[in-house]
Ligand binder design. Structure first.
Ligand code: PLP
Length: 393
């Protein structure tokens, strides 16, 4: 392995995928593991979307696709941006990719030069910092705490900006915290950014529909931000289409062009069948997926109620996505069943080995006091998992 490039040796393995692999290993050994570590809806894809994919196969959508996506899909995406976000993106500003993960990687490679700083309000989605580093950018974490619902304040943003700052990346609703920025909060951040016109924004809105507070706000719609924002979205979460691998951006044209150029040399256009199915998914009214959102809402309340009964769990009320991100630092320094808990990784591992419940350490998301628990699981599993957690604490 000492022949591996520095690039890949210095990269961390996705902690969420590593946890899932560890859980799978224990399951293979015969252990009854409840997996609450993955960010993956446990629903089946709605039938009307599956039908569109079957039809696409029969209609022979089998050739290479345009590098930036089928024209009909880009039209559906433009209409979706207008309908749901009030944003006007033309075809030349939209790029379809193999998942929002690729969209994010493209943008990093296209916008960052070596040494450019990228502000990441922490906790942030697990892959942001490694994607930034791969593009030779420098992640600058801005820690936030549970008492501000893990949201970055304008003062914190101002304090993190240096002459080297090139971008700000954040998700709302946030993975892992579930926090949703209000229009007032985004306007306050925009006021700071207006003083620094050379900073670009990645607004990751992949959880936009899984929002229990009502009213998703896109920062691109806020005065002065449109020309400097890349709005990232995809179908993995809201449509339960994680394995279909379709994500997309709406962006300033020069960024979109750069992403298309890069993608043209690396992956070419995204999967043909999946793209055709996504046209149907995006054209459908949001009411078609409301049943999933309602279920997530019920489960959030269930999980908060049950975890709230465990002493040492400090919880806030996440307004979106499908995660809770409790602060468990009250357990640090304690010894349970002979295991000393020094940090969130120890705690998460303890839950896996003694309660047979897989969670993810907050360290992976830039917050060492918390763990992430995904409630994209059935109510029965959630109840059983939390009962087991309570029993071993
Ligand atoms: N952004 C966030 C905040 C996510 O949670 C995820 C998936 O976990 C992604 C992007 C990547 O989504 P995709 O499946 O479209 O690559």
């Amino acid at each position: 392995s000492n022949h591996l490039s520095d690039r890949i040796r210095n990269m961390s393995t996705s902690a969420t995928l590593a946890m899932a692999a560890k859980a799978r290993e224990l399951r293979n050994e015969g252990k009854d593991i409840i997996g609450l570590s993955l960010g993956e809806p446990d629903f089946n894809i709605p039938d009307f979307i599956k039908d569109a994919a079957k039809q696409a196969i029969d209609e022979n959508y089998s050739s290479y696709t345009p590098v930036d996506g089928y024209a009909e899909l880009k039209t559906a995406i433009a209409n979706k941006f207008k309908r749901d976000n009030g944003l006007d993106y033309g075809a030349g500003q939209i790029v379809v990719s193999t998942g929002a993960k690729q969209s994010l990687f493209n943008v990093a490679m296209v916008v960052l030069n070596p040494g450019d700083e990228v502000i990441l309000p922490a906790p942030y989605w697990v892959s942001y910092s490694d994607i930034v580093k791969l593009a030779e950018g420098v992640p600058v974490e801005v820690p936030t705490q549970i008492d501000t619902d893990f949201k970055m304040t304008p003062e914190q943003l101002e304090g993190a900006i240096t002459p080297k700052t090139k971008m700000l990346w954040f998700s709302s609703p946030c993975n892992p915290s579930g926090s949703v920025y209000s229009v007032e909060e985004l306007e306050a951040l925009a006021e700071v950014l207006k003083k620094h016109p050379d900073i670009y924004i990645v607004s990751d809105e992949i959880y936009e529909h899984i929002n229990f507070a009502g009213g998703h706000v896109s920062i691109a719609g806020i005065d002065g931000m449109y020309d400097r924002t890349v709005t990232v979205n995809g179908v993995s979460k809201a449509f339960a289409m994680t394995g279909w691998r379709i994500g997309y951006i709406g962006a300033p044209e020069w960024i979109a062009k750069g992403c298309t150029k890069l993608q043209g040399q690396v992956t070419s256009g995204a999967n043909a069948i999946a793209q055709r199915a996504v046209i149907t998914a995006l054209e459908a009214p949001v009411s078609k997926i409301q049943f999933m959102i309602d279920k997530f809402h019920e489960r959030r309340d269930l999980v908060l109620g049950l975890l709230g009964e465990i002493e040492g769990f400090n919880l806030n009320v996440p307004e979106g996505a499908f995660y809770v991100f409790p602060d468990i630092s009250a357990f640090f320094g304690k010894t349970l069943k002979g295991v000393t808990i020094n940090n969130a990784s120890d705690f998460s591992l303890y839950l896996l080995e003694h309660a047979n419940v897989a969670t993810v350490t907050g360290e992976a998301f830039g917050n060492p006091n918390c763990i992430r628990i995904s409630y994209a699981a059935s109510e029965a599993e959630l109840k059983e998992a939390i009962a087991r957690i309570k029993a071993v604490l």
